[in-house]
Design a protein around this ligand. Structure first.
Ligand SMILES: [Zn+2]
Length: 109
């Protein structure tokens, strides 16, 4: 857990990805665990306690404005290989992971 938060902060920065005000002290799931979101870097974001509990079981698309999604997506694109480092081969990639990277980008069009 500690190690994952550290890795996530290297990618997204010290602050909560949602409010950009508070220091991120918790790990939030892009697809909530209640909706079977995996516990992998590709599905995790650093968030403050307040935003994390406010987001609760909502998906990131339900919770975030487009501006926030774009900001997160840019960091994801830059750090794509770090995020995908948990997978040993392309075959291991769970369904939807590559699509997930593209999802934010398609919002731009
Ligand atoms: Zn926050």
């Amino acid at each position: 857990m500690e190690n994952k938060l550290k890795k996530l902060k290297n990618i997204y920065g010290e602050l909560c990805v949602y409010c950009s005000k508070n220091i991120a002290t918790t790990i939030d799931h892009i697809i909530p665990t209640s909706r079977y979101g995996p516990n992998l870097l590709t599905n995790l974001l650093p968030a403050c306690k307040k935003c994390n509990s406010k987001k609760s079981s909502l998906s990131i698309y339900e919770f975030c404005s487009k501006d926030i999604l774009f900001r997160i997506d840019e960091k994801r694109q830059v750090n794509k290989f770090v995020l995908l480092s948990e997978y040993t081969s392309e075959q291991d990639l769970p369904l939807g992971v590559t699509r997930e990277f593209g999802l934010f980008s398609t919002l731009r069009n």
